[in-house]
Design a protein around this ligand. Structure first.
Ligand code: F6R
Length: 364
């Protein structure tokens, strides 16, 4: 049942305010002032290294969480794609906790990576959507993301729920490790509680995203740029777009542009810049100007303050509500998803069943 939507993907994108709210309520105390983890209490002060492993979109959720665990909880984090991790035979040293992220909980490479860590890591954790899955069953603690069934092959609500649960784990880690001031911790929980409402506001910008997507649909190649915590989201935006619209898209950390990819820029290449007005905004604006100086067409996704400062000379803009910089990847996932969705619609491709792809990859 698509609930009145044309595609499961559209329905699942629209469900995000609701499912994010449920996930947040599940992991916060009733008064909303602390994170309460289900099941066994996890001692983050004893963790020397967090190794996160996943595939595809779930891998990009891990890459995002690396910024959070490092910046908020001062924890050393390693992130890898499961198909590489499992065959590299990486040493799993004392004090390592391994965390596997998977919507289906059945991805063959991720499951094999988990089994490789079994008996080597201090603990096996997982962040899963399907609670009865193999990955959940074989973990010491499985954290559900509570996204509900995801049918669209391109992952949307599972991604934002993965991010939200990972952020709450990072916040819990920060609290236990004493790396975050009480006031900042309280502030972030407040912002988290307000997030579903802001995701709704982001969804209201769908007409602008659809209009932008109709122009993107004419391109052969599209670049995505992001800096800091927005870099993994740029990777996710490019993946989403290529999966369902079959347009070649690539993502780079903004600062990497001049180390090669800028050679690709000309008037035919749209560049989607995901840049909230955060501490790194000015640096991204200067990368954007380098693109525009070579006739590149910039689609800037930012907030009011960012557009005020950086919109001049851009090709198109999309405005997001302002949000705490820590939470931007969750909010900006909405334009990343809807740009891909409407580009696919404009191209007439099969949004829910893209060619060559399966929802659950149970063979390597
Ligand atoms: C992208 C997508 C895939 C999956 C990947 C991992 O939209 O859906 O990249 O994220 O195959 O799947 P799970 O999360 O089930 O392990």
């Amino acid at each position: 049942d698509k609930g009145g939507h044309k595609h499961f993907m559209a329905k699942e994108i629209a469900e995000q305010p609701t499912v994010l709210g449920e996930a947040i309520r599940h992991y916060l105390t009733t008064d909303g002032t602390d994170v309460s983890l289900p099941g066994e209490e996890l001692d983050f002060t004893k963790i020397n290294r967090l190794t996160m492993v996943a595939c595809g979109t779930a891998y990009y959720a891990c890459l995002t969480a690396k910024y959070w665990f490092e910046q908020l909880a001062q924890m050393p984090v390693e992130v890898d794609v499961a198909s590489e991790f499992r065959y590299r035979e990486p040493p799993v040293t004392d004090g390592t906790v391994a965390l596997f992220v998977s919507q289906s909980g059945e991805t063959a490479d991720t499951l094999a990576a988990l089994r490789y860590c079994d008996g080597k890591a201090d603990k096996i954790l997982s962040v899963v959507n399907v609670a009865e899955s193999s990955i959940a069953r074989e973990s010491d603690i499985a954290f559900p993301i509570l996204a509900g069934t995801e049918i669209g092959v391109a992952s949307t609500k599972a991604f934002t729920c993965q991010l939200t649960v990972l952020l709450m784990l990072a916040l819990k880690a920060a609290k236990q490790r004493g790396t975050l001031e009480d006031e900042r911790f309280a502030d972030l929980l407040k912002s988290l509680n307000a997030l579903p409402g802001l995701v709704n506001v982001a969804l209201d910008a769908e007409p602008q995203m659809a209009a932008a997507a109709r122009k993107l649909a004419e391109a052969r190649d599209i670049l995505f740029l992001g800096r800091g915590v927005m870099f993994p989201l740029a990777l996710e935006g490019a993946l989403k777009l290529k999966e369902i619209s079959y347009i070649h898209a690539e993502a780079y950390a903004s600062g990497e542009l001049k180390h090669g990819p800028i050679a690709l820029i000309d008037k035919h290449v749209p560049v989607v810049v995901l840049a909230p007005k955060d501490a790194l905004f000015d640096k991204t604006v200067s990368n954007m100007q380098e693109v525009m100086a070579r006739a590149g067409k910039v689609l800037l996704v930012s907030d009011h303050a960012g557009l005020d400062e950086g919109a001049e000379g851009t090709w198109q803009t999309i405005q997001m509500p302002a949000v705490d910089p820590v939470l931007t990847p969750i909010l900006y996932a909405v334009p990343a998803q809807l740009l891909a969705y409407h580009t696919a619609i404009a191209k007439g491709t099969d949004v829910d069943q893209p060619r060559n792809l399966a929802k659950s990859v149970t063979v390597e």
